[in-house]
Design a protein. Structure first.
Lengths: 231, 231
């Protein structure tokens, strides 16, 4: 007899980190409910493709894709406004990069919690990563802890949803190694901030990904237009 | 010479509470940036009308209306799902009513904070009310305090946005009296949960509003199809 499985909502962008998150949630015994958020980012078509492919591979029955393109109306980020340029990678940058979408994670976690409360999920997984990230303020332990308190007090008393960020303190190298160990199909994921057919290889996201694969000693299976040797 | 004014984003549904909030913010010297959220609620057309009328009256230049109708996809509330009935009012109800939209305020506050961060606003006003409300968990001091921490840690270090809920501990009577004192055009506001031409008079929202006006000794200027005498 099959046990009733516990459910987790996974914020699944289609990127490498969310794919590793999904693999971890499965390993921990969760039935996955995959939530894709279209926030009007330049790369949405490509990301949605990855979301669909990953959902098929992971045999996810419960999936939801929502449109929050109001982020394009709000603007303020190179990911959602075409009049702000995508910066080239800079591992030593001291300021928050132009790709920062103001308070984005609060928005997407809120959507995930709303859905989790309706379907009775016990956890929400997010692929946030503070160590090898671009320095976004909404990707920190402090922010996620504060948000957990908001979840606890802002949902019904009988609702208990745990906000889980399993990659938070991992390096990209660790994420690649963990994903590889769990058989994550990296070839289906998409991380680049540009909207070209091939990953650009030079934006923050490509650079962090390529450096992670390099340090893990694994070849990144997706095609790049330029593939610098980040160390 | 005109001083540079400080700006506050006001979550302006078009209801009585948000109109009073706007009036309070103006009194406190804020330039208003009005944010209307269409979350796929049954009464959106009527609420949007109120938002536009109020924006005109208050001479608001900076306004934004965003569509987050994903709440209809998520469901779970009588306000967004036509297969869940609008309950009649019950002041002694001990459970959270069917109108509760799961974690709604976290979603709409997050949108407001994203916009506030982009336009450099110093405050976000929300008309949440815990005393004479329907018992929603995301309308409590505890929730708003936790959310303030999430704002502080999840936005840029140089961003300082205060989450202000001036009506939180007021009764509806107090809100009516405060609004009347500030000349709020109550005839332009809309509170009813049903989508009829006249306010129904029997849903939670109508009942709380009518009782508030009654207790304040002021006549509610909007037309009702039924107007019970709540005391």
């Amino acid at each position: 007899m099959k046990n009733i499985e516990k459910t987790a909502v996974i914020l699944m962008s289609g990127g490498m980190d969310s794919a590793v998150c999904a693999a971890i949630a499965k390993t921990e015994g969760y039935e996955i409910a995959a939530l894709h958020i279209n926030y009007g980012q330049r790369t949405e078509t490509r990301e949605y493709q990855s979301f669909v492919s990953l959902s098929t591979i992971y045999k996810i029955k419960h999936k939801l894709s929502v449109d929050v393109s109001y982020f394009s109306q709000i603007g303020g980020s190179s990911l959602t406004s075409t009049d702000i340029e995508i910066e080239s990678a800079d591992f030593d940058r001291k300021v928050i990069p132009a790709s920062y979408v103001p308070f984005r994670n609060a928005n997407i976690i809120s959507i995930g919690i709303s859905w989790a409360e309706v379907i009775g999920a016990e956890a929400l997984f997010i692929g946030a990563n503070q160590l090898d990230s671009s320095g976004y303020p909404d990707c920190t332990r402090q922010f996620l802890d504060a948000f957990q308190s908001a979840i606890d007090s802002g949902t019904k008393p009988e609702t208990n949803i745990k906000l889980i960020a399993p990659l938070l303190d991992m390096t990209k190298k660790d994420i690649v190694l963990t994903g590889a160990g769990l058989g994550v199909p990296f070839e289906l994921t998409w991380s680049c901030y540009s909207d070209n057919a091939l990953a650009c290889g030079v934006c923050d996201s490509c650079a962090l990904r390529l450096r992670g694969f390099h340090q893990a000693g694994i070849e990144d299976p997706i095609p790049y237009s330029i593939k610098p040797n980040y160390k």
